[in-house]
Design a protein around this ligand. Sequence first.
Ligand SMILES: C[S@@+](CC[C@H](N)C(=O)[O-])C[C@H]1O[C@@H](n2cnc3c(N)ncnc32)[C@H](O)[C@@H]1O
Length: 222
Amino acid sequence: MLNIILAESSLELIPEQLRSHPSVTSYCKKFKKTSSTTLLDNSWHFGAMKGLDNEIKRGRPDIIHLTLLSLCTTPAFYENKIKVFVHTINDEVLSFNNEARLPKSYHRFQGLIEKLFLTQKIETDDEILMELHSSSLSEIISKIRPTKIIGLTTKGKQTTLDKLIQQIPDNSCIIIGGFQKGHFNQDTEKIINESFSINDSSLEAHLVASRFVYEYEKTIFI
Ligand SMILES: C[S@@+](CC[C@H](N)C(=O)[O-])C[C@H]1O[C@@H](n2cnc3c(N)ncnc32)[C@H](O)[C@@H]1O
């Protein structure tokens, strides 16, 4: 079993200081939404986000949607061979039961995650499908207690995925950046035991996630 964490992910509700900006108020009016319970989205709230602290790592819930679909629609996920977590830029952690089935439509994903931010849980009659907690990356790592923490980044040691998979012990944790641009911050880098690059150039997080899981599946399923 492997743990996969999307770290410093671009996923958050619209911060209070942006809620009265015209790009936010007009969006909320148009879609009949409340700014305090709406996901920050760079494609709609770009004007409000100009100059926002750590701007390049914020307001891209679409990246998390695509990457979660790449992870949570795989045989490895259905068969409990991977555990998936999203650590956000604001130190919250979303965890996913392997019975959870995410909406393919972005619109429905947005509604689901907004509900999760509001209620902290998505559950059926008998089980919790998704949970959200306040947690730093190091706190979630202490709970998982992985054997090894591997970071995937263009700054890492060049390798191929098949070679990398061979050297990852069971119950390791794989960290992929859940953001569009930039690199892991110092807190994340301190946690990582070893970093690897799996391609000459930068790839999208969802592509890294799906390639990684496919390569892992080749080693666990005949
Ligand atoms: C869109 S990239 C972020 C851009 C960042 N400048 C980079 O190149 O790593 C999102 C995430 O995908 C992963 N990633 C992208 N390209 C990679 C590569 N060549 N090797 C390993 N991981 C990669 C990293 O985890 C990265 O944080």
